[in-house]
Design a protein around this ligand. Structure first.
Ligand code: 13P
Length: 254
């Protein structure tokens, strides 16, 4: 099995001591990891987690990201977080466009694109651009339009070199936390649409420099189904990323 990218999104879960226990387990098991990984903790934990990783000499290889940020350096934006609040290169991954941000905080493609473009200019982090359809949209069968809606606009604003910074994460909304998953063929079809759109913009270039990952009800049993596909470069995991033994079992490809 090729090395894949496994991203654990903790959402609004875990506290400082839970997170230390989690990383203690990661440290104990890391010799056996097959896949690379990143953890996306709640923002208030990031600085203390970074210190903990350093103290335990695992800061070089444990990658950390942020679930949300506001696309400005600083200013009068009460309650918001700037990526400039973190030391240079502290954040390895930035999530953009998660359906929970869209659903509960009215974020749309336009804002997700604004965040992604800001992140390109103002950090070195990889940008995980998340998209996916509701059950209703799925029934209508307009998945291609959903992809085009953000991707064509986004890539009209970036260069081919920027593409390497992007990870496109397909997370069907009906699959998040429900135990329901699409077929591998369905995911592959989506990823082929993305590749075609990228190829038509960046003619003759190798668009595989951006990664395509899947998220939604991935667990320690079904993950291999996804990872066996050559088109799927990795996984974005919610619930199961909160349980270190399950997450570690995926990293070990057990
Ligand atoms: P679950 O793995 O809990 O379905 O969540 C997926 C997700 O939203 C990750 O960002």
């Amino acid at each position: 099995m090729n090395k894949k990218l496994i991203i654990g999104n903790w959402k609004m879960n875990m506290n400082e001591s839970d997170s230390y226990t989690f990383f203690d387990e990661i440290k104990k098991n890391n010799n056996h990891f097959v896949h690379e990984f990143a953890i996306i903790p709640p923002a208030p934990l990031i600085i203390s987690i970074k210190k903990y990783l350093k103290k335990n000499n695992i800061n070089n290889w444990v990658k950390i990201g942020i679930q949300n940020f506001y696309p400005k350096d600083k200013g009068a934006f009460t309650g918001e977080i700037s990526i400039k609040m973190f030391e240079d290169n502290t954040l390895d991954y930035l999530l953009v466009g998660h359906s929970e941000r869209r659903l509960f905080f009215n974020e749309n493609n336009q804002f997700a694109i604004e965040k992604a473009l800001y992140a390109l200019k103002n950090s070195n982090a990889k940008i995980v651009f998340i998209f996916g359809e509701t059950l209703e949209q799925r029934k209508k069968g307009n998945l291609e339009n959903i992809i085009k809606e953000f991707l064509e606009k986004l890539i009209s604003e970036i260069t081919f070199e920027d593409l390497e910074r992007f990870i496109f994460a397909y997370e069907p909304i009906w699959s998040i936390g429900t135990g329901k998953i699409p077929t591998i063929k369905e995911i592959e079809e989506i990823f082929l649409i993305i590749k075609e759109i990228l190829k038509s913009k960046f003619k003759g270039k190798d668009v595989n420099i951006s990664k395509l990952i899947y998220g939604g009800s991935v667990n320690e049993v079904n993950y291999k189904l996804f990872l066996n596909s050559n088109l799927i470069d990795g996984l974005l995991i919610g619930g199961v990323a909160l349980e270190s033994h399950k997450f570690i079992s995926i990293l070990k490809n057990e």
